[in-house]
Design a protein around this ligand. Structure first.
Ligand SMILES: Cc1cc2nc3c(=O)[nH]c(=O)nc-3n(C[C@H](O)[C@H](O)[C@H](O)COP(=O)(O)OP(=O)(O)OC[C@H]3O[C@@H](n4cnc5c(N)ncnc54)[C@H](O)[C@@H]3O)c2cc1C
Length: 338
């Protein structure tokens, strides 16, 4: 197998991975970006008609203006923007190519390095959707794998039934249906309101005694009004015990309850994609799940391995988002070229 050599291999073509590849290119380094899905696949999987809470300017990368006619950009605006930026910088993005593993390059196999100043330190094994395997040797690897690929599961019977979804796109199919939305944070609230708008009979189920404290301040009064008037029902302090073909079994303050439901949305969040980091031995903090790294340079304790984007925030995905993860690439490249 021919091994391709590159200065910087970025795993993950989310906004923060793309920003890193741009920073590398601007510094004269060669960069390749791998994604097991499409470009910004996390954003592509957002609710179809979603509007960002950030203004367009705060989602910009590579100094490319993101101009929209509305106050906040939509998902479609953002998809078009990141496609345009990747094209403008002519980024080498390998879509639908999963990075399966990585391992250190053996010191004795470095003869004939293309750039002795930047020897390849890591070897990535990738596989395309069509099954084609490739090896890439890189001086530095930036793990920007985000967190959308690993839903936080409930671990209850029935979770994989066909009418149960981790994630939400749109409410049309909920018209005149009994729909249960599990969760109490922004995604659950947005889904519940959108389903209501589409004519669904919605019940929110949350283990907390009330909605999460971080529900967006401009959405909270809307959902609270709907809960008060009863157009959205809620079961707080309740846990899902099982999901059946036409009901959700709950354990709540009043004991066990069977809620009729033909559609169930588990809006219970996601877990960071740390598999590659764990594989090569980057330690994760036992409590926070944060991979060991220097927040100033984003360097992990393993030479040549860096973090970019939300992966650096461990289990608390809300700590890092596009707004404050898009600068990681500059810090990494400054460290690499110092
Ligand atoms: C509904 C919703 C609304 C949001 N609104 C905002 C907002 O208004 N403002 C804001 O700043 N943030 C917002 N966020 C958060 C934002 O989407 C994330 O913080 C952002 O996507 C993180 O970018 P990232 O590049 O770190 O990772 P991601 O976007 O998660 O990208 C990681 C990529 O890595 C790929 N990948 C993973 N493992 C591998 C592998 N082994 N091989 C190859 N590829 C791999 C994945 O396919 C994915 O494309 C929102 C999130 C949601 C869910």
């Amino acid at each position: 197998m021919t091994v391709v050599t590159v200065d910087v291999a970025v795993v993950g073509a989310g906004p923060c991975g793309l920003a890193t590849a741009i920073a590398a290119k601007r510094a004269g380094l060669s960069a390749m970006v791998f994604d097991r899905g499409c470009l910004v696949s996390g954003l592509a999987s957002y609710p179809t008609y979603m509007t960002f809470f950030s203004t367009a300017e705060r989602l910009e990368i590579g100094g490319v203006p993101f101009v929209v006619a509305t106050e906040k950009p939509t998902r479609r605006d953002a998809l078009a923007y990141y496609r345009a930026v990747a094209s403008l910088y002519d980024l080498d993005v390998r879509q639908f190519e999963n990075v399966e593993s990585m391992r250190p390059v053996r010191m004795d196999s470095r003869a004939g390095e293309p750039d002795p100043a930047r020897p390849a330190r890591w070897l990535l094994s990738t596989r395309t959707r069509g099954g084609v395997a490739q090896e890439i040797a890189a001086h530095a690897v930036v793990v920007a794998t985000g967190y959308f690929g690993r839903p936080s599961t409930l671990g209850v019977p029935g979770e994989s039934l066909p009418h149960v979804r981790h994630g939400y796109h749109e409410g049309h199919a909920g018209w005149r249906q009994d729909v249960v939305v599990v969760g109490g944070a922004n995604s659950a609230v947005d889904a519940a309101l959108d389903l209501l708008q589409a004519g669904a009979r919605v019940t929110m189920v949350h283990f907390g005694e009330s909605l999460d404290s971080n529900v967006k301040p401009w959405v909270r009064p809307v959902i609270e009004a709907r809960l008060k008037e009863g157009t959205v029902q809620a079961r707080f302090g309740s846990r899902v015990k099982a999901i059946e073909a036409d009901s959700v079994v709950l354990e709540g303050p009043a004991g066990e309850e069977h809620l009729h439901a033909t559609q169930v949305y588990l809006m219970t969040g996601f877990l960071p994609e740390t598999r590659l980091l764990e594989q090569i031995g980057v330690p994760l903090d036992a409590e926070s799940g944060i991979p060991a790294h220097d927040p100033l340079t984003m360097a992990t304790p393993l030479a040549g391995v860096y973090l970019a984007g939300v992966i650096a925030s461990g289990n608390q995905a809300n700590r890092i988002f596009i707004e404050n993860g898009r600068d990681h690439g500059d810090a990494i490249v400054a460290h690499l070229t110092r």
